[in-house]
Design a protein around this ligand. Structure first.
Ligand SMILES: O=C([O-])CC(=O)C(=O)O
Ligand SMILES: [Mg+2]
Length: 388
């Protein structure tokens, strides 16, 4: 097997929504296709990758550093010698050659995007769904999960969607099989945010739970003011109360807030999560970790994060990756994670899962087709085919 070419482009995922710190009016993502000379059913096998919302497209980094390294590498540096199939872990070493430690920003996103495409390609070449390939490679025996808990992430601030719009949105999630939901906080006054929370709680049936996400907006005082107010509700979790790298503030909030805290979507490396483990005061039996491989160098780094946190007593059930896309579903199935995010109505066509596996009772099944499964989402497949 040989890589014949790698193509990349940008796709818009712009919308009128805002969280507490950014609006998505100019949001873009990178998309990548790794073409190979392997032919299955008369078609050359292609691996596709993209990254989650929240970070912009990484065209420059892909074009000038990441892709040339792979294109120039001899095949033996990229292939598994045992199978002759592309080995994403080897590819990652090639990608990270001549990169210094630290500064895990946009470079992590560019690498994570290519990594997704490499795993899609490797799984298609092996004729296996990605979650099974990952379970075989990294699992500790047993079986992968057959379904995964997912929650509907939305509840953004929308200029044309006050409380009635929020109510309708949440009802839409419940009607399409979701049980638990997440909304934004921190982009309005505490009073308005509490109205939003009470509006959603008024719609949720018993057994459904609400998470809230401040997107890292608050300083320590505001994070605590919200923590005390949120303590009155039985929330699923309170997410990113403060800057993702401000471990001291996490520790202060964790000390005061008896509910579940969630964070990690903006931690992009093993050293960052090591510091979280050491200094953020989070509670391995209560809190939730949301690192997202497509933003953070990809699956090899994610596996390192799981190991790093296991040393601090964190089990895979406490992990619930950000991103709402199929790579995180595959990870959750393979590693027995607690679940993963979903964006059923925003960030289309990148959010959500295969049409053949609808969400029921808050759980989604894992498709058995080879690869990541982008072909099982026709709108996503068509976009990737058209642009790459
Ligand atoms: O609004 C965003 O940037 C996405 C986000 O935090 C989430 O999905 O948890
Ligand atoms: Mg978040």
């Amino acid at each position: 097997m040989r890589i014949t070419k790698i193509t990349h482009s940008e796709a818009p995922i712009a919308s009128k929504i805002s969280n507490a710190v950014i609006d998505f009016s100019r949001m873009t993502i990178s998309i990548v296709a790794v073409h190979s000379d392997l032919v299955v059913d008369g078609e050359p096998v292609v691996g596709y990758g993209f990254h989650s919302n929240g970070r912009y497209a990484q065209s420059g980094l892909l074009a000038t550093r990441i892709l040339p390294r792979v294109e120039e590498a001899p095949p033996e540096q990229l292939l598994d010698p045992a199978t002759g199939i592309i080995d994403p872990v080897r590819v990652q070493r090639v990608v990270m050659a001549n990169e210094k430690p630290g500064g895990h920003g946009d470079r992590a996103v560019a690498a994570g995007t290519l990594d997704m495409a490499m795993w899609d390609l490797a799984a298609k070449a092996a004729g296996k769904p990605l979650y099974r390939l990952l379970h075989e490679r990294y699992g500790r025996g047993g079986q992968p999960a057959s379904s995964v808990w997912v929650y509907a992430a939305g509840g953004y601030y929308h200029p044309e969607k006050p409380l009635q719009g929020l109510r309708d949105e949440i009802r839409g999630y419940l009607d399409t099989g979701y049980r638990d939901v997440k909304i934004k906080i921190g982009g309005a006054s505490l009073k308005e945010d509490l109205e939003r929370i009470e509006t959603v709680l008024g719609v949720l049936p018993s057994g459904s739970r609400l998470a809230v996400d401040a997107n890292g907006r608050f300083d320590v005082g505001e994070a605590l003011r919200y923590a005390w107010a949120l303590s009155d509700y039985d929330l699923l979790w309170y997410e990113e109360p403060c800057d993702p790298l401000d471990y001291q503030t996490h520790a202060v909030v964790a000390d005061e807030f008896d509910g579940t805290l969630a964070t990690g979507e903006n931690l992009f490396s093993v050293p960052d999560v090591r510091n979280l483990r050491r200094y953020a005061g989070l509670r391995p039996h209560r809190d939730v970790l949301q690192m997202d491989p497509s933003l953070s160098y990809g699956i090899p780094e994610y596996v390192g994060m799981l190991r790093e946190l296991a040393a601090g007593g964190w089990s895979p059930e406490r992990f619930c990756p950000h991103g709402g896309n199929q790579i995180n579903l595959a990870l959750a199935g393979a590693f027995g994670l607690g679940g993963c995010e979903s964006y059923p109505m925003v960030f289309e066509p990148f959010g959500g899962f295969a049409e053949s596996t609808p969400v029921t009772g808050g759980y989604v099944g894992l498709p058995e087709e080879p690869g990541l499964g982008v072909e099982l989402k026709p709108a996503l497949r068509d976009l990737l085919h058209d642009r790459l």
